[in-house]
Design a protein around this ligand. Structure first.
Ligand code: HEC
Length: 402
């Protein structure tokens, strides 16, 4: 009991750290990118007001010998994000792989196989991305091929893991690419640039081009990662039939928005069409989730008796719903869950009383009727279509409390 409570709190603090570090990293990275692009395009110093004074921001390649420029302004933030994210992945998705990672209908994996596969995908994602990013193609061609790689990864991951697991691993793959860009290119190249200037050697233009490229890639990938990490609460995104397309569209929408700002800060104008692309991608995500929604009520077996036929059109009563919920949900969603390893009701959702069930009607719809996010597929709780159908008819009748 105590051990479980401590581990729950450890998870809270780890998540807190993860989010704070991510805010710092992405904030700094996008802020510096903005400064860099603006300074290069205006070719003049920038004046910025602070709370109690003014800053003059300038680009300067002539570093005074006694100055000690800081290398990798957001490098520790990046590493903390990656490490805390990986620790969270272990604590939640690996430790409770049956609840979070595995869907036996997608691929019947045992936990250690799912864990190895997830770790393997992190490595594969980075290695393939890095090879493609280094090809001697035009940058546009590289970006298109990398986008296709990421779409393919989204597809592959939804064919390995539960929707929830696939989204998380996809986000982690992209986060790994971003952190590896910092550790492997941005920081070492800054060091080399400083050494070159100090020793009077010519700048290595190819390296600088690589750094520029990787900083821009990270900028395009940042917003999609946030979507993938937050989408875990939205089964219409991760558990819908077209979840891999939805994840890919999030990539398009996030990159389009960043493209607008990159162009603006470069001084190449305001590309308003990028917002149309983002809005269209968002609309397509909504449309796909509506189109992919489950209709358990239409999957009923033909009634075999007059009584069945009548039962099928009469709205189920709360008692019928509570019976199903008691059998298929309450082992986890209770004040004291019976499911091994759970100390408290997941996400605070308790479904033990009629009142609780009615209060959560919309969540039940999203998790167990429109999608099959709940019960967690890997938990192998044998809920039948006929039971989902009762829930659907009850919801369609306005979730009556009697
Ligand atoms: C084997 C355990 C288990 C069973 C059975 C189960 N759930 Fe869950 N449920 C979970 C876990 C774990 C989470 C937390 C998911 C997360 O961390 O995002 C959850 C989360 C939820 C949430 C909140 C989601 C959110 O992101 O806020 C709802 C609503 C829910 N379940 C409904 C149901 C319903 C309805 C059933 C029965 C049809 C059910 N669950 C059966 C384990 C279970």
């Amino acid at each position: 009991m105590i051990a479980a409570i401590v581990s729950d709190w450890a998870e809270v603090f780890l998540r807190w750290l993860h989010v704070i570090a991510a805010v710092f990293w992405v904030g700094l990275a996008l802020g510096f990118l903005r400064l860099n692009l603006t300074l290069k395009s205006t070719k003049a110093d920038l004046w910025r007001a602070a709370d109690d004074g003014f800053f003059r921001v300038a680009r300067d390649m002539n570093i005074p010998p006694d100055a000690e420029p800081q290398i990798g302004w957001f490098r520790w933030e990046a590493y903390v994000v990656w490490l805390s994210g990986f620790a969270l992945m272990i604590a939640i998705y690996f430790a409770k792989a049956d609840l979070y990672l595995i869907d036996p209908d997608v691929l019947p994996l045992v936990p250690w196989q799912a864990i190895c596969l997830a770790v393997l995908m992190l490595a594969v994602g980075w290695l393939v991305y890095d090879v493609l990013a280094r090809r001697a193609w035009s940058e546009t061609a590289r970006r298109i091929v990398i986008a296709v790689l990421l779409f393919a990864l989204a597809f592959a991951l939804t064919r390995m893991f539960s929707g929830r697991g696939a989204f998380l691993v996809f986000g982690a793959v992209i986060g790994t690419i971003m952190a590896a860009n910092v550790a492997h290119y941005l920081v070492p190249n800054q060091r080399r640039m400083l050494e070159a200037i100090r020793s009077g050697v010519a700048r290595d233009e190819a390296r600088l081009a690589t750094s520029r490229q990787r900083a821009l890639h990270n900028n395009y990938l940042a917003l999609p990662v946030f979507f993938l990490m937050l989408a875990n609460h939205y089964p219409l995104a991760f558990a819908s039939r077209f979840n891999w397309i939805i994840a890919s569209l999030a990539l398009v929408a996030g990159a389009a928005v960043r493209h607008f700002y990159v162009a603006r800060h470069r001084g190449s104008g305001d590309l308003w069409w990028t917002w149309l692309v983002a809005a269209a991608a968002g609309a397509a995500m909504v449309g796909l989730s509506v189109f992919g929604v489950e209709h358990p009520q239409s999957r009923a077996a033909a009634p075999t008796s007059a009584m069945d036929a009548i039962a099928a059109v009469v709205a189920p009563r709360i008692g019928d719903v509570a019976d199903i919920v008691a059998e298929r949900c309450v082992m986890c969603h209770a004040r004291a869950p019976a499911w091994p390893g759970l100390v408290a009701a997941p996400k605070g959702v308790m479904l033990e009383t009629h009142g609780q069930i009615v209060a959560h009607a919309r969540d039940i719809a999203a998790q167990a009727v429109w999608t099959r996010a709940m019960p967690p597929p890997g938990a192998n709780v044998p809920i039948g279509d006929d039971e989902r159908r009762v829930l659907a008819l009850w919801l369609a009748a306005g979730a009556p409390s009697r």
